[in-house]
Design a protein around this ligand. Structure first.
Ligand code: ADP
Ligand code: MG
Length: 390
């Protein structure tokens, strides 16, 4: 896999370089609430710009339906990127409307998903859009740096790499390096913490990781299907009844550690009545919305001695203060540990920032939730494979 540094060494001054970044940030009333992905995109863009390239950033925001809309405009992301780079980042609507870029300048194409061909299942439609995109960079190159989208076979991620000389950006490279370490040569003991809402989303990664890990700690909404698999009542907690048998089989490995106490609530609300109960005494009609303090302590014991930790998925409904302590406690235990620690993107990365935890307390915080899980599941990632060449 060639890297953007190889491209810089080949000489990029005056050449147009198309960079696919992941700028898919959460917005509230047009204001970015977490700019982590934009900050993570800066180093590659900056390196190319400082080497004199004319940089065109391509990215998507959300899932716009079929055409341009103000709601899904990348304008806030272009402004924020410009602030971080200390230069103006002009936004243009379509490849044909691209304005002149000075050597070292940076411009951004509007949400690439405003063109429905970007995500088309039809290879010809995607290839056609990819040709229009690559036409912006005759004699140029493509740098793939949007790790959060490399598991997608999309025009600006996959097809374009068939049209232009293609390179991995620094972010994609770093992410792949981290994931490779987690799957091939983890220092032991290796502990994985999984949470989040749906156990069905995580079964594939659990099955792939179980043979490699020493302990798999489970919290979040998904722990209740495991508790149910042990024959416990879970009240009105999240439960995927059709996965109980699978969870029971996974428990037989003896590596899965479940919470022993749970914060329950009488409603899914920040002002609900709450209580902390043993995991085998969840009252009917109450729902478990966080792991309890005894569970945090037990999980922290395992994390304290682990040499490698991978964490994906919040331990509770961290968006509401009464149910955020489990996630906070686990994050603090990982930060306090001295092992190599990776946060797997998605809502766990959002939780780290929302709870004001020290980001540099972790060895790596991934920018791609879905992409990192699919890598760990051993799936083929089209956006990486295409960079490795035929
Ligand atoms: P990730 O993006 O990290 O993979 P998910 O998307 O699977 O995680 O799940 C994140 C969501 O899970 C959060 O919005 C959180 O509120 C929710 N969640 C965590 N624990 C529970 C629970 N006990 N009951 C309901 N929802 C939960
Ligand atoms: Mg999520």
């Amino acid at each position: 896999m060639k890297t953007h540094q190889d491209l810089i060494n080949e000489g990029v001054a005056g050449r147009t370089v198309l960079v696919r970044s992941d700028l898919n940030v959460p917005l509230k009333d047009g204001v970015i609430t977490d700019d982590g992905r934009i900050r993570a995109s800066v180093p590659t863009i900056k390196a190319l710009s400082e080497a004199g390239a004319k940089v065109v950033v391509m990215a998507h925001l959300g899932r716009p339906k079929g055409g341009p809309s103000a709601e899904f405009s990348l304008a806030p992301a272009a402004t924020r990127l410009g602030e971080l780079l200390g230069t103006e980042v002009a936004l243009f609507a379509t490849p044909a409307e691209r304005s002149e870029i000075a050597d070292g300048g940076v411009a951004m194409l509007e949400n690439v998903r405003f063109d429905a061909r970007e995500t088309s299942k039809n290879d010809d439609e995607r290839a056609e859009l990819a040709r229009e995109l690559s036409a912006m960079a005759p004699e140029g190159a493509f740098v793939s740096d949007g790790f959060g989208v490399v598991h997608r076979k999309q025009a600006s991620v996959y097809d374009i790499a068939l049209d232009l000389p293609a390179y991995a950006g620094g972010l994609v490279l770093a992410e792949v390096e981290v994931l490779r370490r987690l799957t091939t040569t983890p220092d032991r003991p290796y502990a994985v913490v999984l949470g989040g809402s749906k156990v069905s989303d995580k079964l594939a990664v659990i099955e792939a990781l179980l043979p490699k890990v020493d302990a798999l700690l489970v919290g979040g909404g998904m722990c209740f299907t495991f508790l149910a698999a042990q024959g416990l009542g879970v009240g009105s907690s999240l439960l995927e009844a059709d996965r109980i048998d699978t969870c029971r089989a996974l428990l037989e490995t003896g590596k899965i550690v479940l919470p022993t106490d749970v914060v329950v609530a009488d409603a899914f609300a920040a002002d609900a009545r709450t209580d902390t109960v043993p995991a085998d005494e969840i009252p009917a009609g109450w729902m478990g919305l966080d792991i309890g303090p005894a569970s945090v302590a037990a999980f922290a014991d395992v994390l304290g001695t682990a040499k490698t930790v991978f964490w994906n998925g919040p331990m509770g409904v961290f968006e509401m203060a009464p149910f955020a302590e489990g996630t906070r406690g686990i994050a603090e235990a990982i930060i306090a540990g001295s092992g190599y620690s990776v946060v797997g993107g998605g809502d766990s990365a959002a939780a780290v920032r929302a709870l004001g935890l020290a980001e540099d307390g972790f060895s790596h915080i991934s920018t791609g939730g879905g992409a990192s899980l699919e890598y760990l599941e051993g799936k083929h990632l089209p956006g990486i494979a295409v960079l490795e060449g035929p």
